[in-house]
Write a protein of this length. Structure first.
Length: 463
């Protein structure tokens, strides 16, 4: 990945120096196991560690690359360079093993290393979401379905919902890490004909892995497909949060926005702009991470005991997906930590349309008092539509302001236009007196809609 969207710790996992160090440890631990079994001399195993365990400097890496240009095989090039350092005892290295034993076990180590970083990233994000959820627990705002005003929620519920989603993602990643943390040292076509299963068990323990119960010449790729699928789900959750912030930051909404630092510029042409660049960037990065999922799924189907159609794919999606997701999680955590919220704007929008967010309360009251649902819905809806009309919104006359009758004009003088219209609806007042209607709606509307927030928080945070 390009440096702009990369962080050093994750990048280092995929650097040649780390890869070759892991290759060496796999080979050296295998030599120790072979020596215990009496397959190779113990002095040879010791010599591999003593003479071969050197830092993989740029010079050593360049030498491996030089050899590969000739032999056209990366593992052989590595073993040849190792032999140049170890000497005669190097003939005992790689006994009974095949290249995939090294490559696949190394990839498992790298993917577990990457998962550990991503788990730490998720922990930071979860902490930020929990903090913001607690800060805004009872901060009311209008809920929207289809992008249209629905009923009141709280800003805290938004953060709590994202927390719960990311907690599930952490659980998924932990499972995927366990699933991918396997070692295969089973030799050509996976039969252990030329290497004892003890070697695999020994190397697995030393590398922090578990033995693959049955490999062919490769570790089964359903494990990798699961891992990259989980990364794709996490990326989609990142985009889910990013989209919410982007919508809330729109000028006509402005209920929340990304932190805008002193001296920051929003547009090269328009100095007034404060754009949601971080969350827009996260939407794009999420697409890149998800692009690894389909190739990983397609890698599951290999010919017979192995082919290498998966190899070129994994050399790219391994670094790209993990590096990108690491950067995205860090960026999102920082965005949440500094997110600016506007409680007054939330309240203003909640009250924008004269109390129609209480429509369901009246509907339910009528159905519980001997009115059919159809009749109740018809009564409530016609009054709600008059509220829309009183605000100049009439879908039947989109090109001109709607003509208002005397009652609709008078409604403009009232904060709760919904109650105003219903109290003058003879069809409704015959069923529900104005006094009862007033009593129904005199209860604080916000408290009515937020009375279960504590219950939801207990479910999410267990407190």
């Amino acid at each position: 990945m390009i440096p702009r969207y990369s962080r050093p710790d994750m990048v280092n996992i995929w650097e040649p120096a780390n890869k070759f160090r892991i290759w060496f440890e796999i080979e050296a631990h295998a030599c120790d196991a072979q020596a215990e079994l009496g397959v190779i001399p113990k002095d040879a195993a010791k010599a591999v560690w003593d003479k071969g365990r050197k830092e993989y400097t740029p010079e050593r890496i360049a030498r491996i690359d030089e050899i590969e240009l000739e032999v056209k095989h990366d593992v052989i090039a590595f073993l040849t360079e190792l032999a140049e350092n170890v000497g005669e005892e190097a003939r005992f290295v790689h006994q009974g093993m095949t290249s995939s034993d090294v490559l696949d076990t190394c990839l498992s180590v790298q993917m577990t290393q990457a998962a550990d970083i991503l788990l730490a990233d998720l922990d930071r994000l979860l902490a930020a979401l929990k903090t913001r959820a607690e800060e805004t627990k009872m901060m009311p705002c209008i809920g929207r379905s289809h992008g249209i005003h629905a009923e009141p929620v709280t800003m805290g519920l938004k953060f709590a919902r994202f927390y719960a989603e990311m907690k599930r993602n952490r659980d998924r990643l932990l499972q995927a890490r366990e699933d991918i943390a396997v070692c295969a040292i089973s030799g050509a076509v996976g039969t252990f004909a030329n290497v004892h299963p003890y070697v695999e068990e020994y190397v697995a323990e030393k590398m922090g892995l578990s033995p693959e119960p049955i490999s062919t010449q490769v570790i089964p790729r359903d494990r990798h497909a699961n891992y990259f699928s989980v990364l794709g789900i996490i990326a989609s959750s990142i985009e889910n949060i990013a989209i919410e912030i982007r919508h809330l930051q729109r000028t006509e909404v402005r209920e929340a926005q990304e932190y805008f630092a002193p001296g920051q510029k929003g547009s090269s042409a328009m100095p007034h702009k404060r754009n949601p660049i971080l969350t827009e960037n996260l939407t794009g990065l999420a697409r890149l991470v998800r692009s690894a999922v389909v190739p990983a799924l397609e890698n599951v189907a290999l010919w017979h005991e192995r082919d290498i159609s998966h190899s070129s794919v994994e050399r790219m999606i391994g670094p790209d997906a993990t590096v990108t997701l690491d950067f995205a999680l860090g960026r999102l955590a920082g965005t949440i930590e500094k997110l600016v919220v506007y409680p007054q704007n939330m309240m203003d929008h909640l009250n924008n349309f004269g109390g129609i967010h209480d429509a369901q309360r009246v509907l339910l009251y009528l159905t519980q008092n001997d009115v059919s649902r159809e009749d109740a819905y018809r009564i409530v809806q016609r009054n709600a539509m008059r509220v829309w009309k009183s605000y100049g919104i009439d879908p039947d006359n989109p090109d001109s302001a709607p003509e208002l009758d005397a009652v609709e004009k008078e409604a403009a003088q009232h904060d709760n236009r919904f109650f105003f219209f219903m109290s003058r609806d003879e069809g409704l007042t015959k069923i529900l007196s104005v006094e009862k209607l007033s009593k129904l709606l005199e209860e604080d509307s916000i408290s009515y809609h937020t009375k279960r927030v504590d219950t939801i928080f207990e479910r999410v945070f267990g407190q």
